[in-house]
Design a protein around this ligand. Structure first.
Ligand SMILES: *[C@@H]1O[C@H](CO)[C@@H](O)[C@H](O)[C@H]1NC(C)=O
Ligand SMILES: *[C@@H]1O[C@H](CO)[C@@H](O)[C@H](O)[C@H]1NC(C)=O
Ligand SMILES: *[C@@H]1O[C@H](CO)[C@@H](O)[C@H](O)[C@H]1NC(C)=O
Ligand SMILES: *[C@@H]1O[C@H](CO)[C@@H](O)[C@H](O)[C@H]1NC(C)=O
Ligand SMILES: *[C@@H]1O[C@H](CO)[C@@H](O)[C@H](O)[C@H]1NC(C)=O
Ligand SMILES: *[C@@H]1O[C@H](CO)[C@@H](O)[C@H](O)[C@H]1NC(C)=O
Ligand SMILES: *[C@@H]1O[C@H](CO)[C@@H](O)[C@H](O)[C@H]1NC(C)=O
Length: 557
């Protein structure tokens, strides 16, 4: 009897347990399908739109667009990656080595570099690399006629001795390059576009012409000239005569026609200053930020590169400045939102739909960054170089450099395209990108009309400053794997370090920008921290390859 009761009880218990398990499983199943459907409905998890602000409450805010931009929580300054003592020591080390005249590294005469030089497949491609414009579009077709050789073979036979010799060879070629180009004269854009005689024509006596006289093969502006101030003033205040959409690129950009032949590229406000890239968002779907463009310009200027075409923040009236001046195509995308704000969405592949429209907030007011639009083909030829350290732009693939620490030897150092200033320009760019946290550098752009001795133009920084709580060390991969660095850049980084990078940046923003709080405190802390990490990476390189092995004075300032 008891036995039976026990069995009965245990079987009841068993059925209850089974029921509970089945119930939970079903519940989870239903719930997860629900979630799946939800996910299906929103095609991609999109960033939250900026908070709607009522006009009156906005008036009390330091910045009408950034209610949350107050210092909500301050991050602690990270403990140093490298002591300031070591940074000073490094600088002394580098300086003394330079004063002692870098010894030219002799190459082992029995070593045959030729075996690594890939044969260029089509040496006679005349206009392959002069693709247009900003390096924005991921989908843009590339004609890349480089490096069609058997990589696996190279990897197998490149041993440690080869790598040492290859490093020596790079030093040798860059020393030779320096000798060949040391006395090159600066070339400016005005001279390229108009011959000497034409320049006396009265119609070229314009502020625009005077500005492009200051655009040279080494800088896209000169910060100490009146032309620079005139340019910024035009971009910030010039009356807009036409607004048209820029066709290239994945996110909305508007070309503004300004007085005196100036054109500006407008990137409108999308997200608040303290917006952090969504953790599950890839760099290629990250939304572009006008404040990042502005901040990146100032960082580049302070580092002394002067390679970001000047840009400035501007307050626009979305109705009178944009809608009333819009080309027919753009005008079609304007509408009035339920909150009675004027909005437009434009045509592009990311964030150009009604739910991500750009709206006046409040009323007619709109913030944006306006960047000078440099002459493009066919007036002036540009070269668009596929970045060897570009990311895969795929959610499932990784790029070769991410898994191969020999990548620089096998793909960059043996490539003749890099046996000139481009190699060190790329290192400069990596340093810059690391400081601003830019993962989106798929191409390098330069004005090829200037010839071979021409600097990169640091275009398209709208996806920088995406995170302040994390530093993406992978951006340093070119420096880590190649371990070459330009002497003059190092010296400038050191000067900036001594003065305090974040202080210089915030002072610079404070004196030129009308828009407030372009970088929230957290970002300012982050750039100081990243500068130290950059020094510690250079320190590691120097410890591995010595100062002479890493630092190169190629005569470029
Ligand atoms: C040059 O390289 C060969 C092997 O490749 C080595 O035996 C020789 O010692 C090297 N010479 C010098 C001067 O380093
Ligand atoms: C390249 O240009 C030269 C002259 O400018 C021409 O003779 C040659 O045929 C062109 N090559 C190709 C592949 O178009
Ligand atoms: C590269 O070389 C290896 C060994 O010589 C060969 O097996 C392989 O097929 C080659 N790959 C290509 C793409 O030519
Ligand atoms: C250029 O224009 C300014 C005024 O617009 C005038 O003062 C100046 O003389 C002109 N220069 C030349 C070279 O024509
Ligand atoms: C913007 O322009 C429209 C049309 O000219 C005008 O009615 C409106 O008052 C302007 N808004 C602001 C804030 O100036
Ligand atoms: C928008 O404007 C319309 C007509 O002027 C008005 O009826 C409506 O209440 C306004 N909506 C809001 C949210 O202010
Ligand atoms: C900006 O400059 C003004 C004076 O020109 C100063 O009063 C203000 O404190 C500065 N703001 C910041 C954030 O440095």
């Amino acid at each position: 009897m008891r036995y039976l009761r026990l069995r009965l009880r245990s079987s009841i218990l068993l059925s209850i347990t089974i029921f509970v398990i089945v119930f939970i499983t079903l519940h989870v199943l239903i719930w997860s399908t629900n979630e799946f459907e939800l996910l299906e409905k929103t095609p991609e998890s999109v960033p939250k739109p900026p908070v709607a602000i009522s006009f009156l409450s906005a008036l009390d805010q330091p910045n009408i667009y950034d209610l949350k931009a107050s210092q909500s929580h301050t991050l602690n300054k990270h403990s140093s990656y490298i002591t300031s003592h070591r940074i000073h020591e490094l600088f002394q080390l580098v300086r003394t080595t330079r004063n002692n005249q870098l010894k030219s590294n002799s190459i082992n005469s029995t070593w045959n570099f030729g075996k690594f030089i890939p044969k260029k497949v089509s040496p006679h491609n005349n206009n392959t690399k002069t693709n247009v414009d900003t390096a924005d579009s991921v989908t843009m077709k590339e004609k890349n006629h480089k490096l069609q050789f058997n990589i696996t073979t190279t990897a197998k036979i490149m041993n440690e001795q080869d790598k040492i010799q290859l490093r020596h060879f790079i030093h040798y070629t860059l020393t030779k390059w320096k000798a060949d180009h040391e006395n090159d004269k600066y070339v400016n854009l005005a001279d390229i576009m108009h011959d000497g005689l034409a320049q006396d024509e009265p119609e070229l006596n314009t502020t625009w012409f005077k500005y492009i006289k200051t655009v040279t093969n080494s800088h896209v502006y000169n910060p100490n000239t009146p032309e620079f101030k005139h340019l910024l003033n035009h971009l910030q205040n010039g009356k807009i005569s036409e607004a048209s959409e820029m066709s290239q690129g994945t996110q909305i950009k508007v070309i503004l026609n300004l007085p005196n032949g100036f054109q500006g590229l407008l990137k409108p406000y999308r997200v608040p200053r303290n917006y952090q890239t969504q953790p599950d968002h890839f760099y290629f779907s990250d939304i572009e930020r006008h404040h990042a463009e502005i901040a990146a310009f100032h960082v580049d200027k302070i580092l002394g590169f002067n390679r970001v075409p000047p840009l400035i923040g501007r307050l626009l009236n979305i109705t009178s400045d944009l809608r009333d001046k819009a080309t027919e195509e753009l005008a079609k995308t304007f509408f009035i939102s339920p909150a009675n704000n004027t909005c437009f969405r434009g045509h592009c592949s990311y964030y150009c739909d009604t739910s991500h429209a750009i709206c006046g907030k409040p009323g007619d007011q709109l913030e944006g960054s306006v960047q000078v639009l440099l002459p493009r083909p066919p007036e002036v030829d540009w070269q668009k170089i596929s970045h060897p350290y570009r990311r895969s732009y795929s959610a499932t693939r990784t790029a070769q450099w991410e898994t191969n620490e020999n990548y620089c030897y096998e793909h960059v150092m043996i490539d003749e395209d890099y046996h000139n200033r481009l190699l060190l320009d790329m290192m400069d760019l990596a340093a810059f990108d690391f400081l601003i946290g830019n993962l989106d550098r798929h191409h390098m752009m330069r004005i090829s009309a200037f010839g071979i001795n021409t600097a990169l133009v640091h275009l398209d920084n709208g996806r920088s400053f995406g995170r302040y709580d994390a530093d993406d060390l992978s951006i340093l991969a070119p420096i880590r794997q190649c371990c070459f660095f330009r002497y003059s850049t190092f010296a400038r980084l050191y000067r900036v370090y001594n003065k305090g990078l974040s202080k210089l940046v915030s002072d610079s923003l404070n004196t030129t920008e009308l828009l407030q709080m372009i970088l929230v405190n957290e970002h300012l802390i982050a750039i100081d921290r990243r500068l130290e990490i950059l020094f510690s990476q250079i320190d590691i390189c120097i410890k591995t390859y010595t100062v002479q092995g890493v630092m190169i004075d190629d005569g470029i300032d």
